[in-house]
Structures are given as structure tokens and as C-alpha cells.
Design a binder for this molecule. Structure first.
Ligand SMILES: C[S@@+](CC[C@H](N)C(=O)[O-])C[C@H]1O[C@@H](n2cnc3c(N)ncnc32)[C@H](O)[C@@H]1O
Length: 255
């Protein structure tokens, strides 16, 4: 079904070009721009993202800390948080589907909608990509602007240049389930190690059993004394990033 609709959309765009009609003029009223806030409070938000948040007729946002949420509401009083879709023990995927529907609902009213996610809005953010795909299928103009992701902060804080050995990035659960192929001579970044194997949302710390499984798996490829860095970028400029150097064997004990 999706493929057929995409084919139809491509044919319409081709036909419009042949008739010298700008494809955009065939679009429905209403547009979607997906932007990111960066990781650190406000300082990492681009001028372009700021302009879109300000000028939108409806803003929907999902951010990780309260000051950014307040700032977005100040910039645009229409702003509405998508966070309430998360609930203790609820499947994150169900929450994402509900968020997508909420954003599309405003778009279908013909509004200029801005959806805001923290970090880079296209890095490890399922609802941003899916909303854009669906919006385009329904004939709306939709685009994403880049932002600063946790990985960008990591390069700066840890002084790692991906050019030196190359760099591989995986979502930790996906890495384990699919036994993703990787190169041990090249940096390996694993995301979401805090919630390995758990697809629900939780405000409480996740079970650490996943870290045991991950460490065991990695020990098949690296020595138990292989250096590991647990990294967390600072969310506020007054704080330093958390950078913990441990040995691979100690990973399961990490809190
Ligand atoms: C849903 S993803 C969102 C990523 C975000 N869009 C970005 O661009 O970085 C959440 C994961 O991003 C990573 N992350 C988020 N904030 C972080 C931070 N301050 N420092 C390090 N990693 C972070 C963690 O792996 C976390 O589990």
C-alpha cells in the first residue's frame, strides 16, 4: 500500500514538472518542519530551528528536561508536550505511534506545524522520521532540519575524531538482537545501554541484566580489560559531561 502511494506521488510530481507546475503547488495546505533542540539547554539550538518554532501555528515537542520545555512554551504559546504519551510500563512504540498521530492531526487541520525533538531530531528518533514519511504520503510538505546530537557532543567532549579509525554507531538492543557485524579496530558507540532489552518506558532505572548480556557478548570480541567509556553529555552549560573510564569486565556493575 505504502509503495503504491509512493509510486503515485512520484508520477504526480513528474507530471507536474512536465506541465511546468511546481510540485509544491499541488501540496495540501499545512506543512511540517521537524527540528532539534541540541542536547544542551538552548545554546545548541540553531537560529533556523528557533525561527521555525517561533513562526509555527502549532508546536509539538518532546524534550528531555524541563527548562527547554518552558523555553519552547515561552517562544510559542501553542506549544504542547508529547511527553504525556509516555507512561510507566507502556510500550515506547505505542507511545511513538500516538505521538505521530497527534502531530499529523494538527497538520491535517492545514496548519504550519513544527515538531521539536531533543538532540538531532533524526538521530534515534522513530516518530520524527515516520511522521515526515506519512505527511508526505498524505500530500503535505514536510522536512527535517539537522541538530546537534549526543554523538556530536561526544566527539567534542572525548576528543575523538571519527576520521582516525572510523566509527560505528548502534542502538544497543538492536546490536545484540541482530548480532550486527562490527570492526573491533574502529570506535564503537552503543546507544541506549541504560534500557537494553526493555521496550517499555520507565522513570525508574532499568534492570541491569541487559548490561551483563552486552558485556558477555562484547567479551567474545574484546579482551575483558578493553577500555570502555560511559559518556553522558551535559544538558546545562554549568555542568561538565560525565565521562567514566572502566574496563569492559566492569560494565555489568555500572549503575
Ligand atoms: C531517543 S534517543 C535520542 C537521541 C537524540 N535525538 C540525539 O540526537 O542525541 C535517546 C538516547 O540518546 C542518547 N543520549 C541522550 N541524551 C544524551 C546525553 N546527554 N549524553 C549521552 N547520550 C545521550 C542515549 O543513548 C539515550 O538513550
Amino acid at each position: 500500500m505504502t509503495r503504491t502511494l509512493q509510486k503515485v506521488a512520484r508520477i504526480i510530481v513528474k507530471a507536474a514538472r512536465a506541465l511546468e507546475i511546481e510540485p509544491e503547488t499541488l501540496m495540501k495546505p499545512g506543512s511540517l518542519t521537524v527540528v532539534g533542540t541540541g542536547i544542551q539547554f538552548i545554546g545548541q539550538l540553531t537560529l533556523e530551528a528557533h525561527a521555525h518554532i517561533k513562526q509555527a501555528e502549532k508546536v509539538l515537542f518532546l524534550v528531555s528536561e524541563p527548562l527547554t520545555a518552558d523555553w519552547i512554551r515561552d517562544v510559542n504559546p501553542t506549544a504542547e508536550s508529547l511527553y504525556p504519551y509516555y507512561q510507566q510500563g507502556k510500550s515506547r512504540m505505542i507511545a511513538y505511534v500516538e505521538m505521530i498521530e497527534r502531530i499529523l492531526c494538527e497538520l491535517r487541520k492545514g496548519l504550519r506545524v513544527c515538531a521539536v525533538f531533543y538532540g538531532h531530531p533524526g538521530v534515534f528518533v522513530y516518530p520524527s522520521h515516520e511522521t515526515i514519511k506519512q505527511a508526505r504520503l498524505e500530500g503535505y510538505s514536510a522536512k527535517m532540519l539537522p541538530g546537534i546530537s549526543a554523538e556530536d557532543c561526544l566527539y567534542a567532549d572525548l576528543g575523538i575524531d571519527p576520521a582516525s579509525t572510523g566509527c560505528q554507531s548502534f542502538e544497543a538492543t538492536d546490536f545484540l538482537i541482530h548480532k550486527r557485524k562490527f570492526d573491533t579496530g574502529c570506535s564503537l558507540i552503543l546507544w541506549q545501554i541504560g534500557c537494553i532489552g526493555d521496550l517499555t518506558f520507565s522513570l525508574e532505572p532499568y534492570d541491569s541484566r541487559g548490561l551483563h548480556v552486552l558485556a558477555e557478548y562484547l567479551c567474545q570480541y574484546y579482551d575483558a580489560t578493553h577500555p570502555v567509556i560511559i559518556y553522558e553529555a551535559a544538558e546545562y552549560p554549568i555542568f561538565d559531561p560525565t565521562i567514566e573510564h572502566i574496563l569492559l569486565a566492569k560494565l555489568p556493575k555500572h549503575q
